[in-house]
Design a protein around this ligand. Structure first.
Ligand code: PEP
Length: 255
C-alpha cells in the first residue's frame, strides 16, 4: 500500500495550555484555515477544554482528542479520567504514552498498554507515542527501544483493533526543544516502526497504519518531513497553539 492510500493525520497536542475560553477562540481561528484540508485534523486538548472544544468545532472538519485516559471504567483513581467519560462528551482520539507522561508521571509501557486496550475497547482511537531518549540514540539503541515500546504498548491489540491505532514517533530529544529530527532520521525510524508492525501482524496491516512524526514540527519543516514515504502526518506541540502555523502544517499534509 502506498502512502497516498493511508490516512494523513495532523494532530495538535496542546499539553497544559489554554483555558476553555481560550480554546474556543483558538479553534474558531483554526477552523476556517483548515476547512479545505485533505487530511484528518485533530486538536488534543486538556480535559477541562473538551466540552468547549467539541462545541466550538461542531460542523467543522476538526476532530477533538484528549491527552490521556485511564484503563478502569470507574473507581478510586483520584485525578484520572475514564474512556466512558471521554466518549460521552464526544471525544474521538486520545494521546497515550506521551514522553512527558512517561518522564514526569511514571507512565510505563505496561500502563500505556492498559490505556491503549481500554481506549480501543471503548471505541476511542489512540495515538500511541513512542520515541528514544537522546542518550539511547547516542548509545545506538534507538531500534531496540522502539521495538520494545511497539511490542509492549500494543501487546494483545488485535489486527482488527490496529486499524484504529495511530502511532506517533516522537524522539524525546526533539520534543519542545526546537531540535527537529532530520527528515531522513524521521523516515528511518517510521519505516522501522512499520517493519515491526509487519512482524507483529502482517505487511498489509502494517501498511495501513498511520505513523506520525512529532518533535518540533513547524510550518518551516513540515513539507520536508511529510514528503517522506513513511511519515504520514504529525503530532504537533508548540506550533499547534498558533492558528496560522498549525494551518500551514495541515496544508503541507494535504498536498
Ligand atoms: C508533542 O508535544 O508531542 C510535541 C511534538 O511537541 P513540540 O511540537 O512542541 O516539539
Amino acid at each position: 500500500m502506498d502512502k497516498a492510500k493511508r490516512k494523513a493525520i495532523i494532530a495538535g497536542n496542546w499539553k497544559m495550555n489554554k483555558t476553555p475560553k481560550e480554546a474556543t477562540a483558538l479553534l474558531k481561528a483554526i477552523a476556517p484555515l483548515v476547512a479545505d484540508a485533505d487530511c484528518e485534523v485533530i486538536a488534543c486538548v486538556p480535559y477541562v477544554d473538551l466540552a468547549a472544544a467539541i462545541e466550538a468545532t461542531a460542523g467543522t472538519n476538526i476532530k477533538i482528542g484528549a491527552e490521556n485516559c485511564h484503563w478502569a471504567e470507574s473507581g478510586a483513581f483520584t485525578g484520572e479520567i475514564s474512556t466512558g467519560m471521554l466518549k460521552e462528551v464526544g471525544v474521538e482520539y486520545v494521546v497515550l504514552g506521551h514522553s512527558e507522561r512517561r518522564q514526569y508521571f511514571g507512565e510505563t509501557d505496561e500502563t500505556v498498554n492498559k490505556r491503549t486496550k481500554a481506549a480501543l475497547a471503548a471505541g476511542l482511537k489512540p495515538i500511541v507515542c513512542v520515541g528514544e531518549l537522546l542518550w539511547e540514540r547516542e548509545c545506538n539503541i534507538t531500534e531496540e527501544v522502539i521495538a520494545r515500546q511497539i511490542k509492549l504498548d500494543l501487546w494483545d491489540v488485535t489486527e482488527e483493533e490496529l486499524k484504529n491505532v495511530v502511532i506517533a514517533y516522537e524522539p524525546v530529544w526533539a520534543i519542545g526543544t526546537g531540535k527537529t529530527a532530520t527528515s531522513d532520521q524521521a523516515e528511518e525510524v517510521c519505516a522501522f516502526i512499520r517493519a515491526q508492525l509487519a512482524k507483529l501482524y502482517n505487511q498489509d496491516a502494517a501498511d495501513a497504519v498511520t505513523i506520525q512524526y512529532g518533535g518540533s514540527m513547524n510550518d518551516g519543516n513540515a513539507d520536508e518531513l511529510l514528503s517522506k514515504v513513511n511519515v504520514d502526518g504529525g503530532l504537533i506541540g508548540g506550533a499547534s497553539l498558533v492558528a496560522e502555523k498549525f494551518a500551514a502544517i495541515v496544508k503541507a499534509a494535504s498536498k
